[in-house]
Design a protein around this ligand. Structure first.
Ligand SMILES: Cc1ncc(COP(=O)(O)O)c(C=O)c1O
Length: 389
């Protein structure tokens, strides 16, 4: 065999499947309402774009893989503002090329730690890279099912004992893609305590941390992340993709235990993950500003307010999410989720079936609220009409 088993056995990446369906509809000149990929098309705040253009130099040189000084300063100011943490007081940061690559690469640093622990546990449904990165690094992925019964909460203490004993790292992701669930602070403390007891590195995928209900802006409430409460054996993964509408720029950072980060920095210097300097300078502008993020929160909340009543009335969703821009809905009438999504796609409405966002969870569909207000309403009308037939 010329390629290894992991490479040969990879499932199709769900977003690529959706892109193919989308293209087929466009080729047929059909109007497309694309709720598939979580990539909203809201223009990036102009000063960010300007900062990137202004920083484009005539001489091209390798970028810093850990972050240029302006970016490092802006990230620390953001972290002090929101998490009340300071540089070199237990935590360290590293710039990343978006969070996807950092999520992928961290497995290479963790599999085999603590005398050979090989398991990485992660939420299911969830971001598919938790699993694939673990497999590529030679580890054993272990999905933890999140469902309505457990309130979409990660409960690692319920895993089989041998899994708990061999767990190298645990992923959590709150606000959660795809359900929009949040984690209570008290639950997070239980997770932190479990990680300490079991010697598990806690990995927090925090790329939706700034996408919460604009109502919270009035009270200063925010989703929680472990770095607010502990430094030990914890790494949080932050991103500008959703926060600042910069999916195409590729910029984020990791913040974690000062004892782990220097070795991770050395490893990352081998990985070719330095973000171009012009983008790092634009990222510094993005982390320094909160107003454009508050505007984005309002846009997403409005879309939730528009779509939710339709889907609620159709019996597809019971609770309005207070974070992210996803609606995780039950497929009506016990229909298969893939079939349901393919039928909707024929009508021009693209959404993701749960089987594509999980390891076999059936009966749900995710709407990423990417289309604008008008298209959101039009698409909801199409769904309502289809289901009333
Ligand atoms: C849960 C989750 N984690 C990580 C990512 C990666 O985001 P990025 O690499 O753009 O920072 C995404 C992207 O959709 C996501 O939904």
């Amino acid at each position: 065999m010329s390629l290894n088993e992991v490479t040969l056995n990879l499932p199709n990446y769900p977003m690529e499947e959706l892109a193919k369906i989308r293209q087929r509809l466009i080729d047929k000149n059909q109007k497309v309402y694309d709720f598939g990929t979580g990539d909203p098309k809201i223009p990036t705040w102009e000063p960010i774009r300007k900062a990137m253009l202004d920083a484009t130099t005539s001489i091209s040189q390798y970028p810093s893989s850990s972050g240029c000084p302006e970016l490092v300063k802006a990230i620390w100011t953001y972290c002090e503002r929101h998490f009340k943490v300071q540089p070199k007081k237990g935590l360290d940061i590293l710039a990343t090329n978006g969070s996807k690559e950092a999520i992928f690469h961290i497995s290479l640093n963790l599999i085999g730690r603590a005398g050979g622990k090989k398991i990485i546990a992660y939420p299911d449904p969830g971001y598919p890279v938790y699993r694939s990165s673990c497999l590529f690094a030679g580890g054993t992925p272990y999905p933890i099912e999140l469902n309505e019964a457990n309130g979409f909460q990660t409960e690692p203490w319920k895993l089989p004992k041998d899994v708990q004993d061999n767990c190298a790292a645990l992923w959590i992701n709150y606000p959660h893609n795809p359900t929009g669930a949040l984690m209570e602070e008290s639950h997070l403390h239980k997770i932190i305590a479990w990680c300490k007891e079991k010697d598990v590195v806690l990995l927090a995928d925090d790329c939706y941390l700034d996408i919460y209900s604009p109502e919270w802006d009035k009270t200063g409430q925010r989703p929680v992340t472990p770095i607010m409460f502990t430094h030990e054996n914890v790494i949080a993964f932050m991103s500008l993709s959703k926060r600042s509408g910069m999916t195409g720029y590729r910029s984020g950072f990791i913040i974690g235990d000062q004892k782990l980060m220097p070795a991770i920095a050395k490893a990352r210097a081998n990985m070719g993950v330095g973000t171009p300097t012009a983008i790092q300078k634009a990222a510094a502008v993005a982390w320094a500003d909160e107003d454009h993020v508050a505007e984005r929160r309002k846009i997403f909340a409005k879309r939730i307010d528009l779509a939710y009543p339709y889907l609620h009335k159709l019996g597809m969703i019971d609770t309005k999410p207070s974070a992210t821009f996803y609606l995780w809905c039950k497929v009506p009438n016990g229909q298969d989720d893939v079939e349901f999504c393919l039928r909707l796609a024929e009508l021009g409405v693209i959404a993701s079936p749960s089987q594509w966002l999980s390891e076999g969870i059936k009966g749900f569909v995710r709407f990423a609220l990417v289309p604008d207000d008008k298209d959101t309403i039009e698409a909801m009308e199409i769904i309502a009409k289809y289901l009333k037939k």
